[in-house]
Design a protein around this ligand. Sequence first.
Ligand code: WTA
Length: 635
Amino acid sequence: MKSSELRSFEDYQKAYELSVKEPEIFWEEQAMKLKWIKKWDKTLQWNFDEPHIKWFEGGKFNITENCLDRHLEKRGNKIALIWEPNDPKERFLRLTYKELYDKVCQMANVLKRNGISKGDVVCIYMPMIPELAISVLACARIGAIHSVVFAGFSASALAGRIQDAKAKLILTSDGLNRGAKQIPTKRIVDEALEHCPSVQKVIVVDRLGWAVDMIEGRDVYLHNELPMVDKHCPPEPMDAEDTLFILYTSGSTGKPKGVVHTIGGYAVFVDYTFRNVFQMDESDIYWCTADIGWVTGHSYIVYGPLLAGATTTMFEGIPTYPDPGRFWQVIDKYGITHFYTAPTAIRSLMAAGEDHVLSYSLDSLKVIGSVGEPINEEAWHWYNIHVGKEKCPIVDTWWQTETAGIMISSLAGVTPTKPTYAAYPLPGVQPVLLDGEGNELHGNNVEGYLCIKYPWPGILRTTYGDHDRCRQTYFSNYKGYYFTGDGAKRDENGLYRIIGRVDDVINVSGHRFGTAEIENAININKKVVESAVVGYPHDIKGQGIYAFVILWNENDENESPERVRSEINETITAEIGKIAKPDKIQIVRGLPKTRSGKIMRRILRKIAENDLSNLGDISTLLDPTVVEEIIEGRI
Ligand code: WTA
């Protein structure tokens, strides 16, 4: 029996119509499917000017009561979470809903024992181990705000996020496995904490059995704490508009910002979208390969599947370890029915050759999904033919950290799909395309800036500690609209295709970076005068990072370009993390600038793309000759 309410294209059309005509009635109906401690007084209040958005105000709610307690009677012995380790030879873990419930309650009591209460911010910097999901839920259980930081970020990036959120406690592990490598997570935390006075406690999970430095009075091991606490922990009654979590994401300017999501609306939106996009049966097994450090993991590894009472899978490793058949092996091992991954993973496994995927049956698969970046035609077909065996609908789901959940996607087997198209908006989501002046483009066969004109329950409420930044970034470009930063096209049938970012955000393997963020990191290197970073098309990663760098002493004979490049890479690794390392670093004498000193990124982007046909008029530049030099020296 499926848990979705939309089972046919007609159901979808009816729901969509109602959701536009009577959005409040539509979302009230969805909200009623969850358990409220007290029903809300006011369904929606909003304006996009401040912005001020409140859903289900006055309602009392706990999201873990809905993810766990609510299922115990019917699904207590159903598997809630499967955990597959990095090393296929290590033992996997399966937790039933009852077992997960117990573990979350215990972890919640460990947090309380270590001084955490409602409203405190807890930073979680952990690999993909069960304790990560359990920690997230434990925070929500007691009303603490979680801020998960992807464990690939550097000490400096971690410190910035801890400071911004003023986190009181960090949950981490001794180290982590990543393919054949092991990374000293706790040491990175220690380094970060040299600059984070707000942190009072560190709870360490013993993942690798390493002897790590423990600071007395600050650091404790989870395994020493667990025996000290009770198994029982009631869910804290929270206001619908209390903050559930902060998640840092990059934008086109400045430092990464903490996107804030609140409890009630987030739960309703993620529950509704999960059930209707994936269309799972009760006995199905779902696997999303994202990391819980990103929004996809929050919404569609932890909260969405558990709200729906589904079985969700967590994978500690990487797609290519011990070989590029790893994903397919895991699918066969557990009989995965619903598989959700990123185009970059598909492309890298496609490049590894068909033999790997053809060695596994993949018979269990029913639905396959894609998220994080536009999926190109070739990868779409490969996924459809070799993974889905042309019998599994592909859901290409477009959404963002800021939207909390899926906004545009086909509903598996219910609404039409088209290669490279995310297709139709979900009920309750009202996308529009705008021209450069902010006019709505009506009708079909149009292309423009993708905006949303009405609030949905999962919309971000603010950016942590800086509400004006939220207004400026998302609500000021086009008055009265939420601006996504993406460009999109609507085809003759009204299906949407997302073209990609139209701002200074680069999407590398589904990870977002601001060009300014990478430039700031490069400029920290003392040899660098100035830099400019642009994205360019990359076969595997979707976009690669191309950095143009001016040095103080370009003619220094002791400086080989290789050495400078590797030093710049080291700086970026230290400032942000390895994931932000440029694919190409070109050392240049100057950058193309206007007479007012503005860098002409359009020209650099063309050069990086190797498209020299139409550079535009360069005669008005401060120094047009630098363009020739850059072209000659391009990598
Ligand atoms: C891009 C990830 C095309 C887009 C959930 C968006 C996509 C950014 C798709 C958000 C898709 C995500 N097709 N592009 N199906 N999904 N994007 O915040 O540019 O990490 O703005 O959220 O990824 O990335 P974020």
